[in-house]
Design a protein around this ligand. Sequence first.
Ligand SMILES: Nc1ncnc2c1ncn2[C@@H]1O[C@H](COP(=O)(O)OP(=O)(O)O)[C@@H](O)[C@H]1O
Ligand SMILES: [Mg+2]
Length: 428
Amino acid sequence: MTGDTGTRDVLAIMELLLTAEIFNRNEELNINDLHPRCREFFGAGSGGSPEVKRPLIVSEGAIKKVLDTPDAVYQAVRANPFVSYEEFGQRLSLPSLDTAAGWFLKKGGEERVGENPVLAYFFDGKDGVTVRYRDVRAKNRRFEDTREYVEAKVSRIIGESEEMREARDLIIISAPNEVEFTVEKLVCTPRQEETIKKIGVALEHRDFLKRHGIYEFGRLLFVGPPGTGKTSLALAMSRALHMPVLEVRLAMVTSQYLGETSKNIDRIFDLAKKIAPCILFIDEFDFVAKTRVSDDHGAMKRAVNMLLKNIDQISFVKNGVLLIGATNHPRILDEAAWRRFDEVVEFPLPDREMRQAILEKVAATIECDCDFADLAARTEGFSGSDLRMMMKEAVMSALMEDRHRVGPVDIEQGLLRAEERNVIRTGR
Ligand SMILES: Nc1ncnc2c1ncn2[C@@H]1O[C@H](COP(=O)(O)OP(=O)(O)O)[C@@H](O)[C@H]1O
Ligand SMILES: [Mg+2]
């Protein structure tokens, strides 16, 4: 076997062999020490259970089937003197782990050690190795963040009760890994950053807060004009805090049978407490206020009161539910709704400096001949969403002419489109 591809394929299999060997020998390692590609190979976490059955086994069949390995590569692995083969079960293993590990490093396996917590656990502190187990483990994807895990957990909960099943149909549940938007893609105000950090700290010290009876925490109201990143941040926090997010559309909850509405709200909060730790995100929170003034149905009033009562009773510290409400219209929220939140986080229209930062983030991967400082100065009143839209139009303008590089003409085109859109929207 020669050539780079060959070596890479051999290393991939050796990684699995080493991982199995080290994992089997160390009881304290668990599913979150397995790199996602190892989880997949060993079938760990299938069915949503975080328990990993030992021993992990690397068989000839699995190598060929799961990895789609050419026979020559497989033979090259088997030919290594430290790889032993058991006819029964066609199983490969590494009886002399140290020799195999030394070979692995020499052949360029260090990069994999830097991604694979099980390997890092073994190599940490060894001669010539700079990789630290703690760092590798911290950046490994957590199993609790996967769709599989969250889905299994939710299935268990709704399997127990019809009421929970009904509540589940009224919300959108996303696992942290499924949320596309990350905090890193957002340009946040210092105050927003502080809030994210504070929640992270509170999550870490939940027991401390509980012991000292500090419960008034973790009910946030995001307030600001459309397109300023409220929804994006609420969802991105799911990733940052490793909690699934339950999105409630109040319109969806209330459009069903009116009489059921207040029961539905109650159930959704119950479900959130059962899924906890999680984020319960109520977008378009002003819906509450609108129905309060305009609706004279007793049922709707009861529903709103039920919502407020539930918000009163929920606590991040006690129940592990982080509640986020978002509204574009703070002024129509009355005092009763307002005072239920522990913290109001403002989402202002971005100032010049923020606009420049947003433009730079949006265009980060695009080749662009453009003076962002100048563009920021010319886009007063634009929201983050407007800026994004503008850049998208600029990119399209370039692509329409078969160019991958965005130039000044395209930017002007983007600005024009964004302004047109605002004229249509505001009627001015
Ligand atoms: N501060 C920001 N930084 C980066 N992107 C932003 C920002 N604010 C808004 N955006 C972009 O605008 C889009 C719409 O934002 P969204 O979260 O839906 O706003 P809101 O919920 O406040 O109406 C998002 O896709 C996001 O990319
Ligand atoms: Mg929104």
